[in-house]
Ligand binder design. Structure first.
Ligand SMILES: [Zn+2]
Length: 302
């Protein structure tokens, strides 16, 4: 009997899950993240693992999904929006505390791995997983394994420029990364809200814009049409390079049902192929995919 423990380290909460051999959830626990305190964060993760093992009476493998990425060169966290993690050897510290190897991966990679393992893309060879929410993340899974790359940024498309920009999209909104017109500035929830405010003078959250469009509001519908065309362009450039079997969407904006119809129709304009057989699917496990994917980081020989 193999138990896999997954930990999703978030900005406000740390979630832990235990999966049995077949991926069935044994239990799930959640604690608050000790914000801004690295040592306390490490201790909280270790305590969560011990709690899960006590409850289940089993010892498990441990995988952790983190914001940011683990540098291959140094083993330390980089690119994280949880600033207290940056430069810290999280994997090493957890391994020492838990007396076993611990695998770490970026949270978008965990999302993609979860959906590729037993989620919406379970039958697919190559999967691009996209999180469109407060930010935009991406991860690539090939034949059941996360593709990391030497810089551990494979799939990180959010800070590429929006492709095939219209004149009105140049230079594009300023991004926190220091550039303008990044995909994230258009396709994140705040990006959608900003675009709507700019075009209409109306301040609405992304979910509300989607809801009003659904109810026939013409102005909100136009905002969603711009969004769909941008998402189609951004994904077409991924298809042109990776040519994945499936693109899975997660995060808050992935709940907008019309995206799956409209984006998959529009991206044909931009993909360099006479037909596009890539499927665009909604995540099966929703918000639970991050923590499940962290557990699946040990999907070879635990
Ligand atoms: Zn950027």
């Amino acid at each position: 009997m193999i138990m896999r423990i997954g930990i999703d380290l978030g900005g406000t909460k740390i979630e832990g899950i235990a999966l049995d051999e077949k991926g069935r959830e044994l239990l799930r626990r959640r604690v608050a993240t000790p914000v801004g305190d690295y040592q306390a964060t490490v201790a909280a993760i270790a305590a969560l693992v011990r709690d899960i093992e006590q409850q289940t009476g089993q010892r498990g493998t441990v995988g952790v999904g983190t914001p940011g990425a683990v540098s291959r060169a140094t083993g330390r966290i980089k690119n994280s929006n949880s600033v207290c993690l940056i430069g810290q050897p999280l994997g090493e510290d957890l391994a020492a505390l838990l007396a076993r190897p611990v695998r770490l991966a970026n949270d978008a990679n965990c999302f993609a791995l979860s959906e590729a393992t037993d989620g919406a893309a379970a039958d697919a060879e190559t999967v691009f997983g996209v999180i469109i929410g407060t930010g935009t993340g991406g991860g690539i899974v090939v034949r059941g394994h996360v593709l990391e790359g030497p810089n551990t940024i494979a799939g990180e498309w959010g800070h590429n420029p929006l492709p095939w920009p219209r004149d009105a999209e140049r230079p594009g909104p300023a991004c926190y990364c220091g550039k303008n017109g990044c995909i994230e500035t258009f396709l994140s929830g705040p990006g959608l809200a900003r675009d709507h405010a700019q075009e209409t003078g109306q301040t609405l959250a992304a979910a509300e814009i989607a809801q009003r469009a659904e109810q026939g509001d013409a102005v909100c519908n136009a905002t969603l049409e711009r969004y769909e065309d941008r998402l189609a362009r951004a994904l077409a450039s991924v298809i042109n390079i990776l040519d994945p079997d499936v693109i899975v969407l997660g995060g808050g904006l992935s709940n907008i049902a019309r995206l799956y119809r409209n984006v998959a129709r529009l991206w044909g304009i931009y993909v360099f192929s006479d037909r596009v057989d890539t499927r665009l699917l909604q995540a099966k496990y929703g918000d639970a995919s991050g923590v499940r994917g962290a557990a699946w980081l040990w999907n070879d020989r635990p």
